[in-house]
Design a protein around this ligand. Structure first.
Ligand SMILES: [Zn+2]
Ligand SMILES: [Zn+2]
Length: 258
């Protein structure tokens, strides 16, 4: 009988990192250095997730051409509850459409560079293109539920970020995980291991947990996730989280627990 089994590949993934577009990111977070750092660490899949913006994603994708690193488009979205979520997509077209719908839901507040930091749009070599004038670390008027629907409608996957962190984390802010949103995957901070997290927060039962570096500087690019999937895509991630069709995901982060 012909063997029709799909060949699975292993991806070590950092799904939460910021470029110089995020005001809190270091100036070293430019496309070529991000890709070089990932390659040196054996990380072959990254998601670029700036705060409430997408303008540097294509530059990082271009910088990854010809390397071992695949780049997925993402955003770290702040909803009106002041909760942060990773919104991951397969294609630039998807996230661009998503952003077009999202953009009017942010307040028009100018960045105060001295207070918040620079917000640079750069090219694939890291050269300056322009300053983003809109302050990016604000809340959308969308609720978490609305954001989940908008993300899903555009083919994306919404994962509440660093849910145990007091700043912008779902659990400290809401005190519970909303049951009216079909969340499946949650990101816990890397300062706690999944066993500790489940012991501390019984409400995590039934949710899949991931961890990321939430990298604001090169040294924080961590790659705690290992996926065994056919290709880097939202559909394959979901199969892996469900341990379906031979796909699976494992965390290689628990050594970071303090
Ligand atoms: Zn955050
Ligand atoms: Zn972040």
């Amino acid at each position: 009988m012909e063997n029709t089994q799909i060949e699975l590949k292993t991806y070590r993934a950092e799904l939460h990192l910021h470029t110089v577009l995020s005001p809190c990111a270091a100036v070293e977070m430019i496309p070529p250095l991000i890709i070089q750092e990932a390659e040196e660490k054996g990380i072959n899949l990254i998601a670029v997730s700036d705060h409430n913006a997408i303008e540097n994603i294509s530059a990082v994708m271009q910088a990854a051409h010809g390397t071992t690193v695949t780049v997925l488009p993402a955003m770290e979205l702040q909803t009106r509850e002041e909760i942060h979520s990773l919104c991951l997509f397969d294609t630039l077209e998807q996230i661009t459409d998503f952003y077009d719908r999202l953009r009017p839901t942010f307040p028009e507040i100018r960045n105060n560079v001295d207070y918040f930091g620079e917000q640079f749009v750069v090219d694939a070599t890291g050269d300056f293109v322009r300053r983003e004038e809109r302050l990016l670390i604000t809340s959308s008027s969308l609720s978490l539920k609305d954001a989940w629907e908008l993300t899903t409608d555009h083919g994306g996957l919404l994962i509440p970020a660093h849910i145990n962190r007091s700043a912008f984390g779902l659990i400290p802010i809401l005190g519970f995980i909303p049951k009216d949103i079909p969340l499946e995957v949650l990101e816990i901070s890397h300062h706690i291991n999944p066993e500790q997290a489940r012991a501390n927060y019984p409400q995590l039962t039934g949710y899949y947990l991931i961890q990321n570096g939430d990298a604001h500087q090169l040294s924080e690019i961590a790659g705690f996730n290992r996926f065994h999937i056919a290709e880097p895509s939202i559909a394959e991630f979901k199969l892996a989280f469900h341990r379906s069709a031979g796909r699976f995901h494992e965390l290689i982060a628990s050594q970071n627990a303090k």
